[in-house]
Design a protein around this ligand. Structure first.
Ligand code: THG
Length: 367
């Protein structure tokens, strides 16, 4: 990979030298950083996530740190989900919204102490947002981007590898819970999480000078389990129904439309940003929903780069927001963000750049 120029504005993660050595061939941009996306054999990388253990540089999952007496207060003001029962060492998936009730990020919130929280953010500038809200509300809290960079181990064999390195105690970590620890003096947090549904852990590196050392510890330990490089995979996440903020959403998407309602608590206090709008949207009934699409055809469809119109009986009813060839279903699948009038089981037509394509609306997740 020679076409990327890491700079202060397009930052490499602490694992960058390692992913270059591993043969990275493609990358994306996320939170002003380089997100590796491929190592030359997408199908092998996919099956490694499904059957084995895959090692990902997800240093782009930046942490927005809230520290100080009002850290918990700010976390709650930003999150339309009840955090009063969130324990130290626990993570919670939260749908951060703006005042209009539109989703602006969908991080995991980690509570490290009563006065210390991290939002492990998706791709939008939450640091600016959190700092502005803290100032406007007059809160006693420091908002910063700490030196923290996650690395993910995903797949059914990830637990054995992490237990081999850290000890069998990691097997007892519950979903989205985490522990602060270290290996060979490298400060870390280890969490049962990751952007796949194949199980695994994320290791939050807390010293950016130790990226190569940490990568190699897991790379070497994982050899007996066939560990290899990988990346958050469009195919697996689509099959599994995971949300990609900014991919499946735009600036006018509310959480009810993209299956995030179960992460909302509409009775949180009135000072939570967006809560009035969310109650109103709920009362009026959301206009769209997110469904799966199974496209006609038995071969991988051409790549696409923009949302494409969906028609039902010749009338435009929504958009196809993403698509992937499913190696397990042997079909092209995608997500529809579509009028509630369109229902599971119906046949629609996708106005693709490559021509009209018939598809069936199905429930998410696919698998
Ligand atoms: N891990 C960490 N940080 C992240 C991500 C991650 N930051 C960026 C991005 N991913 C944030 N977005 C998501 C989206 C989905 C999930 C996690 C983070 C996720 N969702 C599960 C689901 O929808 O089935 C489970 C949610 C639940 O049940 O609580 O895992 O991956 N560190």
């Amino acid at each position: 990979m020679s076409a990327i120029f890491p700079t202060a504005r397009l930052r490499p993660s602490p694992f960058y030298d390692c992913v270059i050595d591993e043969g990275m061939v493609s990358a994306s941009v996320y939170n002003g950083m380089i997100l590796p996306t491929g190592f030359g054999d997408p199908e092998a990388e996919y099956w490694r996530i499904i059957n084995g253990v895959s090692q990902w540089d997800v240093g782009v999952e930046r942490q927005v740190q809230l520290k100080g007496p009002d850290a918990g207060k700010l976390a709650q003001i930003l999150s339309p989900r009840d955090l009063t029962k969130c324990k130290i060492g626990q993570g919670k998936y939260v749908a951060l919204c703006n005042h209009q009730g539109m989703v602006i990020n969908d991080p995991i919130l980690l509570k490290l102490a009563d006065d210390l929280y991290w939002f492990s953010i998706a791709d939008s500038d939450m640091w600016l947002w959190a700092k502005a809200i803290a100032a406007e509300r007059g809160l006693d809290v420091e908002v910063s981007e700490p030196d923290v960079s996650p690395m993910a181990l995903q797949g059914p064999k990830a637990e054995d590898v992490v237990a081999h390195v850290m000890g069998d105690w990691v097997r007892d970590i519950k979903y989205f819970w985490f522990k602060e620890t270290e290996i060979e003096g490298i400060p870390l947090a280890v969490q049962r999480s990751g952007w796949s549904k194949q199980g695994g852990f994320e290791i939050y590196l807390r010293d950016g000078t130790k990226g190569t050392q940490l990568w190699n510890i897991f790379k070497e330990a994982g050899q007996p389990w066939g560990i290899g490089p990988g990346a958050p995979a469009t195919c697996e996440r689509t099959e599994s129904g995971l949300l990609s903020l900014g991919g499946d959403t735009d600036g006018n998407t509310n959480p009810f439309e993209v299956r995030l309602e179960s992460y909302l608590d509409l009775d949180v206090p009135d000072d939570v940003i967006g809560i009035h709008a969310l109650r109103k949207i709920k009362a009026e009934g959301p206009k769209r929903h997110q469904l799966g699409l199974v496209l006609e055809g038995e071969t991988p469809a051409p790549l696409r780069f923009a949302w494409e119109d969906i028609e039902l009986d010749g009338v435009k009813v929504g958009k196809m927001t993403n698509a992937a060839w499913s190696y397990r279903m042997k079909k092209n699948i995608g997500y529809a963000l579509i009028s509630r009038e369109a229902q599971i089981g119906q046949e629609v037509v996708i106005k693709r750049q490559t021509g009209d394509t018939a598809a069936t609306l199905v429930e998410l997740p696919f698998l």
